[in-house]
Design a protein around this ligand. Sequence first.
Ligand code: S3P
Length: 455
Amino acid sequence: MSGAGPAQPMIARRSAPLKGEANAPGDKSISHRALILGALSVGETVIEGLLEGEDVLATAAAMRSLGAQVERRGPGAWTVVGVGVGGFLEPENVIDCGNAGTGARLIMGAVATTPITTFFTGDASLRRRPMKRVTDPLSMFGAQFYGRQGGLLPMALIGAAAPTAIEYTLPMASAQVKSAALLAGLNAPGETRVIEGVATRDHTERMLQGFGAEVVVEERAEGGRVIRLTGRPELRAQRVTVARDPSSAAFPVAAAALVEGSEVVAPKIGLNPTRAGFYTTLQEMGADLTFENERLEGGEPVADLRMRFSTLKGVDVPLERAASMIDEYPILSVCAAFAEGDTIMRGAEELRVKETDRIAAMARGLIACGVEVEEFPDGMVVRGRGADGVRGGGKVRSELDHRIAMSFAILGMAAQEPVHIDDSQPIATSFPNFTPLMRSLGAGDALELVPASEA
Ligand code: S3P
């Protein structure tokens, strides 16, 4: 698991132009859900394009420990023989979710209404992240939790023996919390209702419908959605094609925008509207980005993205877009550094409770690379230095956060001086092929893995 092994420092230097196809890995959100819903179904679910990153592998191991048969058949090809809703067995050991907040919170939801006791832990980053946001709604179903002070992992969860369906209004924009409540609702008789003030990623709702659950989604006039789930469905095994991850594709796509002379195509990228805000923002910044061959695959909209080197201008990112690009603010702040003018990113306070505090981590690293940043509780303003104006040269810490590591790798590829990243190991949680892929596009030696002793 990330954080457990030795650090792998990386130096990112100015890159030659990037050319060719960037095959991004499978979507992390969809991959977790495919394994969990496969494990809760009757029959054999066949998954194609599963992300084989550490976060998802931890969820696969968790599903095995709960009684599902989970097998890898080939690259990205997995099968899951499920136990059916309510059929999870008590695991013999602690469930270790590694670095994955999504894995931990969704699995807690999935077991909360089954009368078994489970123990959850994770790496140093996950053990610092708030769990009260899921233990609150899951307690309403009748589950009990015994965690560390402040509701932190490690934590024991005693599943409800006689669960009752709930109505819950999300206090924050979080697809993880919404999904935890819906997964718990599966084994609660009656209708579970989840109300969200702003629409967050809806992969759980889509996939539940695909597996045969009755899920009704209503758009509210005042914004947001009401999701109704009828409890105790029989979920039927499915064939799931996992779209490629727009949040991972964001890195090679941004690199193509920032490294002069580049042109990169990222094929088959998931463009669910609840995930696509980053690409809309890049277009508003003036990026030469086109969506080609738009189509539906595995129930999700996908397209091939073509990005050419672009001169970017700063923008004011609309507050209401935050949920649809929440994982992309780190790489957007790098794009903003290479733009002309200020980019204003607000309404993104959730960034403070990700794998690390992403507002603080990006602000620190950007400042170390000669970029002026003004930090706010809910975001930041980056004062752009123009296409060739970022000095770089900073020593930055990735803080057990894959997206911080990749963001500064991309910054280094377009900056004047090399950027030293203390640990690139966390990249394996979501994008194990990141460094070889960037090299194959033309980065070559621009991304150098160096022994810890020489960093
Ligand atoms: C995710 C939801 C988001 C996102 C995370 C994946 C999911 O987190 O940041 O990477 O798969 O549901 P929140 O629900 O905490 O916003």
